[in-house]
Write a protein that binds this ligand. Structure first.
Ligand SMILES: C[S@@+](CC[C@H](N)C(=O)[O-])C[C@H]1O[C@@H](n2cnc3c(N)ncnc32)[C@H](O)[C@@H]1O
Length: 400
């Protein structure tokens, strides 16, 4: 097969490009487009041979798109208009303009692409933008399937529930295609369950090992980056956690189909001191932290505010593994500040490093950042990116 010509829109640091590489598809990214200067520098650092258009998508003309003569579009449009924590501007949000522009351009291209893959946050599936996308795809003759997937489906100890759509032009439907349904597992995972699910239409708990947290699609407690952190109901055990939450975490940590976090961690060394939580954060946010140990098989979604904002932006790592979390938090709130801090410090809590987050997101070791990109910027760019392994698998399924 001739090499596919791929257009990567909203390319960021190149998560889609990395996934394409991982899928071992014979393909070439003939154009990547993003307006973010810093993201573009990281992209160039890692994919120096790819033509990168540092401009807005809506600034690219139909003629210019036609000249690229691409066979495939990979794209992650901005998610803020669809996040449940945002104002949900949907198609009235100015940030959706470029996406609507793509939908307008698509049917007018000289040659339609054969394949399309889109990634977005959970919430996109109930937006008008998604309805517009489906309408355009149907009008152009695409067959498509939608998914809600998290890296936990692939045994990766990180929750990052995302909406995906794969589409192909003028071909037989996908063998696993379920009209009107969003799949919550990969097609090769537990087909029986998928089928049962299809027949009974018992929503959202299909095949793969989504954590129970992820199966719970209540908008306030979902694990995706867009979720609002609401206080749990019921009596707290310690650390504002209920029996139910503790049991859920325990269950996740005992699920041997998921790898342990330690497989994704860097060796502890002197440089790690910069990642330790400062006293102010410890005192202020200790009760809201999601604390994990290297032997845990879970972590919450790392968002762009990680390392900067504490609440709900991603798990932190307890490096003093022998210290009992329960004993540290017992009666903690009754102690004077100094003692409180002393007790909390025994846990040796630190942020995951950008490299560790990149590992959890499936970026290979050779993927890097130019030296001048600060720590805060690295967290921000990684928080905006995607899980490479999940997308690589979807590309293989799409082309399979
Ligand atoms: C969700 S991030 C995509 C991240 C990317 N997949 C990655 O792996 O890093 C969305 C990206 O869209 C870019 N963007 C937003 N609006 C844009 C527009 N109108 N034209 C071009 N790029 C845009 C942002 O700069 C951001 O990098």
């Amino acid at each position: 097969m001739a090499s596919l010509r791929v257009l990567e829109l909203y390319s960021g640091i190149g998560g889609m490009h990395q996934a394409l590489k991982e899928s071992c598809t014979s393909a070439e990214v003939v154009g990547a487009v993003d307006v973010n200067t810093l993201a573009n520098e990281v992209y160039k650092h890692n994919f120096p041979g790819t033509p990168l258009w540092a401009k807005t998508i809506e600034g690219i003309t139909l003629k210019e798109f036609d000249r690229l003569s691409f066979d495939m579009i990979l794209m992650s449009p901005p998610c803020q208009p669809f996040t449940r924590i945002g104002l949900q501007g949907d198609i009235s949000d100015p940030r959706t303009k470029s996406f609507l522009y793509i939908l307008d351009i698509l049917p007018r291209l000289q040659k339609l692409p054969k394949y399309l893959l889109l990634e977005n946050v959970k919430g996109f599936e109930s937006s008008s933008a998604r309805n517009e996308l489906l309408r355009t795809l149907e009008m152009c003759g695409f067959k498509y399937q939608e998914f809600l997937l998290s890296p936990t489906c692939l045994g990766i100890p990180n929750s990052r529930l995302r909406y995906f759509l794969i589409a192909k032009l003028h071909q037989e439907p996908f063998s696993f295609q379920v009209p009107g349904r969003i799949l919550t597992g990969f097609p090769d995972q537990d087909q029986e369950d998928l089928f049962k699910d299809k027949v009974t239409n018992k929503a959202d708990e299909a095949s793969c090992s989504l954590s129970s947290e992820e199966k719970n699609l209540d908008p306030n407690v979902g694990p995706d980056c867009s979720s609002k952190k609401s206080l749990p109901k019921g009596p707290f055990l310690f650390k504002l956690e209920t029996v139910e939450e503790m049991e859920r975490k325990h269950g996740q940590d005992n699920d041997s189909s998921i790898q342990m976090l330690k497989d994704f961690l860097e060796d502890e060394n002197e440089e790690m001191s910069q990642y330790f939580l400062p006293p102010k954060s410890l005192l202020r946010y200790a009760f809201l932290l999601d604390i994990v140990k290297p032997t845990c098989r879970r972590s919450t979604c790392f968002t762009k505010g990680y390392g900067h904002y504490v609440e709900g932006t991603g798990s932190v790592l307890q490096t003093a593994v022998d210290v009992q979390l329960e004993s540290v938090f017992k009666h903690l709130e009754e102690l004077p500040e100094e003692e409180k801090l002393m007790k909390l410090s025994t846990l040796k809590l630190r942020y995951f490093t950008p490299r560790e987050i990149a590992n959890l997101h499936g970026f290979p070791l050779e993927f890097g950042f130019p030296d001048k990109v600060t720590l805060k910027q690295r967290y921000r760019l990684l928080g905006n990116s995607l899980n490479v392994h999940v997308v690589a698998k979807l590309i293989s399924i799409l082309l399979g």
